[in-house]
Design a protein around this ligand. Structure first.
Ligand SMILES: Cc1cc2nc3c(=O)[nH]c(=O)nc-3n(C[C@H](O)[C@H](O)[C@H](O)COP(=O)(O)O)c2cc1C
Length: 234
């Protein structure tokens, strides 16, 4: 097939394809000439990396170790189980949060919103050695309901966690698996049944591979769509 013909037939395919229409609706900057992502040539990058966009980037707060200031730091976070609610964080041995979690076995995961992206970056870019990171970032320290740990009040969702297992990960991280013993939200974040109203706040995720932060974009589906269910929320 000549190149010109190939381009034309791809255009025709895209115009009529579900993915083409869906992408147009999503506002995805799809290169029409390149075709749907599933049909393009794949190649390995020079460097392997955890390119899993998006990943929740959360503010972890924990009581200081041995009378040290309370710590707030940024961690990647993942859900381990919905019921019982269990989450995981991996914390570098060099980070002060590591000492606090190891000593107290409890912490809070504070879900940030785009409005605090600058304090969020201050937390990430500064080490505890410069002093109290609450003071430095301007974030407000609060008190958790069920665990002995500080919170970040600017965050609309708090997950209060107790460590149930710590796994050493060479070269220098510990994976803490924790049970969520309390979840609290500010007004307007959930409906009366406790279901999250996602559009009520500007949540964001980090995109490993580009180091950027993106808010949620559009609703594109829900769990159980193929079996006619919309009640599953986890
Ligand atoms: C998006 C993002 C994710 C991060 N995830 C982790 C993580 O999972 N574990 C970790 O130990 N540090 C992580 N960091 C880095 C630390 O949060 C940060 O450097 C830390 O707050 C430094 O504080 P400290 O030196 O006072 O401990 C992450 C940073 C960013 C920007």
């Amino acid at each position: 097939m000549q190149d010109e013909q190939r381009v034309v037939s791809r255009r025709v395919f895209l115009a009529g394809s579900a993915s083409g229409l869906a992408l147009a609706g999503l506002g995805v900057s799809e290169d029409v000439m390149a075709g749907p992502v599933g049909s393009r040539k794949r190649s390995a990058l020079k460097e392997a990396g955890p390119m899993l966009p998006p990943v929740p980037a959360i503010l972890l707060s924990v009581k200081g170790k041995d009378g040290q200031p309370d710590e707030v730091s940024v961690v990647w976070t993942f859900v381990v189980n919905g019921s019982p609610p269990q989450v995981g964080v991996s914390v570098d041995h060099t980070h002060v949060a590591h000492g606090g979690i190891s000593e107290h076995g409890q912490f809070v995961l504070n879900v940030p919103v785009a409005e605090i992206i600058i304090p969020f970056d201050h937390v990430d870019m500064n080490t505890h050695t410069v002093g109290d990171k609450y003071k430095l970032s301007g974030l407000t320290r609060g008190k958790a309901i069920m665990v002995d740990a500080p919170t970040v009040e600017e965050c609309p969702i708090h997950l209060e966690c107790k460590v149930i297992k710590a796994v050493e990960l060479p070269p220098k991280r510990t994976l803490f698996i924790a049970e969520v013993v309390a979840t609290s939200v500010v007004e307007g974040i959930c409906d009366e049944a406790g279901r999250l109203k996602v559009a009520a706040a500007n949540y964001f995720g980090m995109t490993p591979g580009s180091g950027e932060f993106y808010t949620m974009g559009k609703l594109v589906g829900h769990i159980g769509e193929t079996v006619g269910r919309s009640d599953i929320k986890y």
